[in-house]
Design a protein around this ligand. Sequence first.
Ligand code: ZN
Length: 78
Amino acid sequence: MQLADFKCLKCGQLQEDLPIGGTYNCSCGNTMKRVFGFSKPPEFIPGYYENFEDKPIYIESKDQFKREAKKRNLEQVH
Ligand SMILES: [Zn+2]
């Protein structure tokens, strides 16, 4: 089962390691949005990233990371 981090963009509460595909409501009533990279170090490390799709994809630069995220409509937390 793939897990991801979800964050409430209203009050900032973070829920880590929830199954991807679910809808999660924050205690404030807002819907939590899937985020990634929250617990990773701020400097970019090339490698396989698992949060984009069912299969890990190889990302070699921070710019590519951002592009892939944008393509998939994901929020970047940093
Ligand atoms: Zn909230």
